[in-house]
Write a protein that binds this ligand. Sequence first.
Ligand code: PEP
Ligand code: MN
Length: 350
Amino acid sequence: MYKKPFLIAGPCSAETENQVLETAKSLKHIQPDYFRAGIWKPRTRPGEFEGVGASGLEWLNKVQSEIGLKVATEVAKPEHVEAALNAKIDLVWIGARTTTNPFSVQELAEALSGVDIPVMVKNPVNPDLKLWIGAIERLSKSGIHSISAIHRGFSVYEKTLYRNNPNWQIPIDFMHEMPQIPIICDPSHIGGRRELLYDIAQKAMDLKYAGLMIETHFQPVHAWTDTKQQVDANLLSELLNKLKIRNHNEIEDSEILEFRAQLQTLDEDIIHLLRERKKVSELIGVFKKEHNLAVLQSSQYEETLKNNVLKAVESNLAKDFSIALFKLIHEESIHIQSEILKTDKKRETN
Ligand code: PEP
Ligand code: MN
């Protein structure tokens, strides 16, 4: 048997009583610490499924009594807190959109004042560490004792590999600033696609996260929300089986893991910039084609290379490295533009 991390599993949304109970049954052998299901769903656009509302709380009560799992749901308003507390929900979390709004968080903190169930706080959708910490401070000031954080990634406008960019440096900084608050990772909302979950979860374990929240559905392809990122119980078991949870005393040098996370974030930034650069090269290619200009305009290239290398050296980068790097980038740009000319020519001759 594998060593299981602290785990919250269950569907993105409670859809029907049958879906909730079948999903909970399928998870019974995994025994997650909590079964999750969103009852009130914050949707980006109106007209999408906004959750079943308070009636779904009864289904969660059946998960408690019939399947024997503790249950968790998202609360976004004081009325949600009241209904969840009345229904004896075992844990509540504040969603990423709510964390962005200090007024809402304050209202929730007051509604939760003095309750003894665990409360979790997802990171705000925007990459703002202080806003996340501020939300936790509001809850703490309200006398809530069991508070944890959930890292679910951050929105970006451009399309990237992830649904929500992990920005690993932010949770790492969070751990330094709030070492007393356990943090768990939600690879489902970071990845947005099942295929990405394992790598994200493993990274979280390597960074000594306290656990995972993974969206699980008995029939993921038929899920009403977040279809692409939900897994069934079999895939969840597989993922957990593959996961290496190192004994933290055995990690010789945990700092190296942090440094690696920083490097990965920076590498992802470099990839993003190169992709943006490629788009501009393509536009230049089209422009040159339309105006019958040569792809290579050497005098201008020499000047740009000289300036870039000068700036790079001023920024403490090695001269040889900078020359090689910018030459390579330039060669690729020429290649991209030539390809554009070629395809257009092909089209003309066809
Ligand atoms: C969710 O957990 O289903 C959810 C809505 O997440 P987030 O608040 O992270 O978007
Ligand atoms: Mn979801």
